[in-house]
Write a protein of this length. Structure first.
Length: 595
């Protein structure tokens, strides 16, 4: 049951995106009324009331004068920081296509030029986003209610990000002032994966449908500006709504920004570089904003018609012997636009097809629905292409209108926060189990076997006085396995001590590679260290005497890990007694992950 404090809470969901960011919120007393922040300060028309703002930042001479989002002048667009979110994780942990992308290279170059750390840049951006959002919430609720309410903030992060990224995001949030002290009480910060947040928003709407049944499968395609993420679920129960992740999700760098770049290149080719270069940056930005972003991009679905692009007058040219000026317009037709849309949409269709095939292979059943969400998920052309391909598999492609697709991730973050507070149980969506995207384990030694182990790993164990194989990895949660919040993953440990230690430290590791390595290599990285300090009566422990007659205390314990899709929690049990939280500390590695 929710506590009185929970009933006076404002849940704020932050979708810190690669290209665009958004914020939603709900008062715990009105959990069915999730509002989306808008009213952005903008240099261009038609942007102030949109559901998101660009994830861009432009520093002035002083940080306090930095411009952000829609407030950055078009003339400074090539100088502003963008795509910096992806720099939060180490380069070697980025997918290959991201690591080699021009966007990442540009982001690194601009970051070096402004001589700032990526956590500092993210915290600066989040500070602007947060302050604007709190101003909007204050106007809606009034200062009195805001002072009475605690904040529960849920930030979305990519599903494939390593654990250390959450520690860096937490530091950025702290530096942004999100966790600063408030009279109402401590602000709680938690995380949820972006595809899961999108799915929660989808299921929030889906559970009211009378045509869904137990055993149905569905795919959520979150097509954003930079990346496209997929996640699939099986419906376990409709009342209450309970689902489990069906297969491992997937993602790719094929979002809407690449279609934007292709259209800009088309204009350069049609106009000629001289005419294009004659436009000021403000003029070029207005063409792309008015006729493309708020016109062709949203309305083109493959129809055979002409599309007019209105150009600035300095793109006009003299025509004929009479010296008449051509009208400054450019006409585009199906043959111009279809190749642009098809190239990007086909990559997404391939990604969706692979996910559908995995569901079919595992369950011998075709997903019933494919839900399109995200900014690019509103694209009519993308819907039609997916619908044509999916119709042969008896799968329906559903695409909401209005603000729902673009705000799905930040709304899902709020739904996650409300669920954590146990608010609005009649609309709660329970995720019974998830698919592990990362393998978790520990590096250990085992008796050396020349038929199994490498000679380079052969070491002499002074305590047990036998040859051991070092650098072996025991994976107690493997990539692709089902993992549940209610079913911890446990592993037993033992150590030999000549005298009682002050503390016991266990280092855990992770790997994203497949097949999973059986020994420590460069793909195996340190996840965290778990330390416990409870005093143990060593005299009661079993004793071990090695061949040389030296006596050791044999300490055995069990460590359990619980994963909720993003965060990890650990508990330690010794002699059937669970260690108190005050005696167990976890420190996640925030560096390069090397041991």
């Amino acid at each position: 049951m929710p506590t009185p404090a929970d009933r006076k809470t404002i849940v704020i969901g932050i979708d810190f995106g690669t290209t665009f960011s958004g914020v939603s919120w709900a008062f715990s007393g009105q959990p069915n009324n999730i509002e989306v922040i808008t009213q952005w300060c903008s240099e261009l028309n038609l942007n102030s009331d949109t559901e998101k703002t660009p994830t861009t930042l432009l520093y002035g001479n002083l940080q306090e004068k930095a411009c952000w989002g829609y407030g950055i002048p078009a003339s400074s667009a090539d100088k502003c920081l963008k795509w910096f979110k992806l720099l939060l994780i180490d380069e070697e942990d980025l997918p290959t296509e991201l690591r080699k992308s021009s966007q990442i290279a540009t982001a690194r170059r601009l970051l070096r030029q402004c001589n700032r750390d990526v956590v500092e840049v993210i915290s600066s951006y989040l500070r602007h986003l947060w302050n604007h959002s709190i101003d909007c919430i204050t106007r809606s609720t009034g200062k009195g209610l805001l002072r009475l309410c605690r904040f529960h903030v849920v930030v979305t992060i990519p599903a494939i990000w390593p654990e250390y990224s959450k520690a860096r995001m937490r530091r950025a949030a702290e530096d942004a002032g999100i966790l600063k002290s408030r009279p109402a009480g401590e602000t709680v910060l938690s995380f949820v994966s972006e595809p899961e947040a999108a799915a929660l928003a989808t299921m929030y709407d889906l559970q009211c449908r009378p045509d869904i049944e137990n055993g149905d499968h569905f795919v959520v395609c979150d097509a954003g500006g930079g990346t496209v993420d997929l996640i699939s679920y099986e419906i376990v129960s409709t009342d209450p709504m309970v689902v489990r992740e069906a297969v491992k999700g997937d993602g790719r760098l094929c979002g809407g920004v690449f279609l934007d770049e292709a259209f800009a290149q088309l204009l350069r080719e049609k106009l000629g570089h001289n005419a294009w270069d004659a436009m000021t940056k403000d003029e070029a930005q207005r063409v792309l904003h008015n006729d493309w972003e708020h016109g062709i991009k949203r309305q083109f679905y493959g129809q055979d018609k002409d599309w007019i692009v209105v150009l600035p007058y300095n793109c006009s040219s003299v025509s004929g012997s009479k010296g008449l000026w051509r009208k400054p317009i450019l006409t585009l037709d199906f043959s111009d636009l279809d190749p642009l849309f098809y190239e990007i949409a086909k990559q997404i269709e391939d990604l969706v097809h692979e996910q559908v095939q995995q569901v079919q292979q595992k369950y011998s059943q075709t997903p019933r629905y494919i839900f399109l969400v995200g900014g690019f998920g509103r694209c009519a052309y993308l819907h039609n292409l997916l619908d044509q391909c999916a119709s042969t598999d008896f799968t329906e492609v559903l695409q909401s209108h209005g603000s729902k697709p673009w705000s799905a991730v930040c709304r899902g973050a709020v739904i996650r926060g409300l669920a954590q507070l146990n608010q609005c149980p009649e609309f709660a969506v329970k995720i019974e189990s998830r698919i592990a995207r990362v393998s978790y384990g520990t590096v250990f030694r085992q008796p050396y076997d020349p038929g199994i182990h490498k000679s380079v790993d052969k070491v002499w164990d002074e305590n047990e006085m036998k040859w051991k194989a070092d650098n072996q990895v025991k994976w107690y949660l493997k990539q692709g396995a089902n993992v549940s919040e209610t079913t911890p993953v446990s592993h037993s440990y033992y150590r030999l001590y000549a005298k009682p230690p002050k503390e016991i430290v266990v280092a855990l590791c992770y790997s994203t590679t497949f097949p999973i390595p059986l020994r420590k290599d460069k793909s195996v990285k340190q996840l965290c260290t778990v330390t416990w300090t409870r005093r143990i009566d060593f005299e009661t422990l079993p004793k071990y005497t090695n061949p040389a007659g030296k006596i050791f205390y044999h300490l055995q314990w069990e460590m359990a890990m619980v994963c909720d899709g993003v965060s990890l929690d650990f508990t330690i049990t010794h002699n059937k007694m669970r260690m108190a939280a005050k005696n167990v500390s976890v420190e996640f590695n925030t560096h390069d992950g090397r041991f």
